[in-house]
Design a protein around this ligand. Structure first.
Ligand code: PMP
Length: 421
């Protein structure tokens, strides 16, 4: 049944008025990036006093002030090896950003090729990556930076659509890799099930050097007391006879201080040897003082888990507020739907197709900054113009409430405009 024109125009007038009211509030709110709030950063302030004057050695007796130790400090690697389910010998601890490790992996692959590569990727006619969508914009930016073509597959509640991936990689040797955020994915919060993980690590791939960039950025970032474990990708890949397929990344960016944390890379012995060979030309060793300070701060893996529960206490109410307000304002008849993640940093909002860019524009004009529409898709192009990533961690709770209420008004106005057009 179509809506009578008068209803459509009445509704449009109503939402236009609500929007004018919203604009008159003169807001200046930011839901663009998944940054921890100041209250979360405060949780790690003890780091600022560590390792403390006079502490110059780690638990193994290494003087952390000096050059060396390309693999990173064993003390911090032991803690994260347990959390990330990687043998300590197969986990490197590096600088402050896992994105750097992902970038350098791709740069080394381009320049030198990976174990199993017939030639450096830059000498291939074409290099393509499978990108589950919606996904993380910086993964797509890395592909663009290296001229890697992106092919999309849909995300499901259990992670990437494994059958779609398997069909793509089976007979196309130009597909050299794929992105996976296995736990609490950015932005839809889904968790890769063991079955999906098994399929991805065991599916036949035409490229002999096919890699899964397993970016476990949110492995320990639970929003409820259900502390979901990530599928043990490296072990599953080894069991499936493809030990070199998985490259795992993680960092303490959203555990302690983004920008001053520690990043990790886990991989098979062959991949680790390969990476270290190229790393050795770049660096004599990482910042071991920062790694030691993190190891002292956490103590052990349980220390990390306990610390993450403090983060949860700060941010879970913000995610609850997003869900409550969207339910109240958008209900079930607005044509919008959204995720209620059990962890991670984002809510993925799907609005009426063809209106996401308009919603972001309306929000901007009302003083609410949102991640650009399309950012969750390769090349910034959402074919349905429907997906918006909401990042509610940074603003204080009362501001989150105001911002999401404002976003709901923009969603309703954009939908009414489309219906009236
Ligand atoms: N991967 C994912 C999936 C992320 O969401 C983020 C942060 N937004 C990163 C990596 C960045 O990690 P890092 O700070 O370690 O570079």
């Amino acid at each position: 049944m179509t809506t009578p024109a008068s209803d459509t125009s009445t509704r449009l007038a109503e939402w236009q008025q609500a929007y004018t009211d919203l604009q008159s509030l003169g807001l200046k709110l930011d839901l663009t990036r998944g940054k921890p709030s100041a209250e979360q950063l405060d949780l790690s302030d003890a780091l600022l006093a560590l390792p403390g004057a006079g502490t110059v050695t780690d638990a193994d007796g290494t003087d952390v002030r000096n050059y060396g130790g390309l693999d990173g400090l064993p003390q911090i690697r032991r803690i994260f090896a347990e959390l990330l389910d990687v043998p300590v010998a197969q986990l490197l601890a590096g600088g402050n950003a896992s994105l750097t490790l992902m970038h350098d992996t791709l740069a080394f692959a381009m320049l030198f090729g990976l174990p199993g590569s017939p030639r450096p990727w830059s000498r291939e006619e074409k290099v393509r990556f499978v990108c589950p969508v919606p996904g993380y914009d910086r993964h797509f930016a890395l592909c663009e930076a290296f001229g890697i073509e992106m092919v999309t597959v849909p995300m499901t509640a259990d992670g990437p659509d494994a059958e779609a991936v398997a069909a793509l990689v089976a007979d196309d040797p130009s597909i050299k890799g794929m992105w996976v955020v296995p736990t609490y994915a950015n932005p839809d919060g889904s968790v890769v099930s063991r079955e999906v993980a098994e399929r991805l690590v065991s599916m036949p791939a035409a490229a002999p050097d096919f890699r899964i960039m397993w970016d476990n950025a949110y492995a320990v970032h639970h929003l409820t007391d259900v502390e979901t474990e990530s599928a043990p990708a490296l072990a599953l890949a080894a069991e499936a006879g493809n030990p070199d397929r998985v490259l795992l990344y993680a960092s303490t960016s959203k555990i302690t201080f983004p920008g001053a944390g520690v990043a990790f890379m886990g991989a098979s012995p062959a991949n680790i040897t390969w990476y270290k060979k190229h790393l050795a030309a770049q660096s004599i060793g990482p910042d071991k003082i920062n790694q030691l300070r993190h190891a002292q701060f956490f103590g052990d893996a349980e220390g990390v888990r306990a610390h993450m529960r403090k983060h949860r206490d700060v941010i879970a109410p913000k995610f609850e507020a997003v869900d409550t307000i969207l339910r109240e304002r958008l209900g079930t008849s607005s044509g919008a739907s959204w995720t209620a993640p059990l962890g991670g940093y984002f809510v993925s909002l799907d609005v009426v197709p063809g209106t996401a860019a308009r919603v972001v524009q309306l929000a901007k004009k009302a003083g609410i900054a949102l991640t650009p529409a399309g950012a969750t898709f390769p090349y910034g192009k959402d074919p349905h113009d429907a997906n918006i990533r909401l990042a509610p961690t940074l603003p204080p709770l009362d501001e989150v409430r105001v911002a999401i209420d404002g976003v709901a008004t923009c969603v309703l106005l954009a939908a009414a405009e489309k219906a009236a057009a």
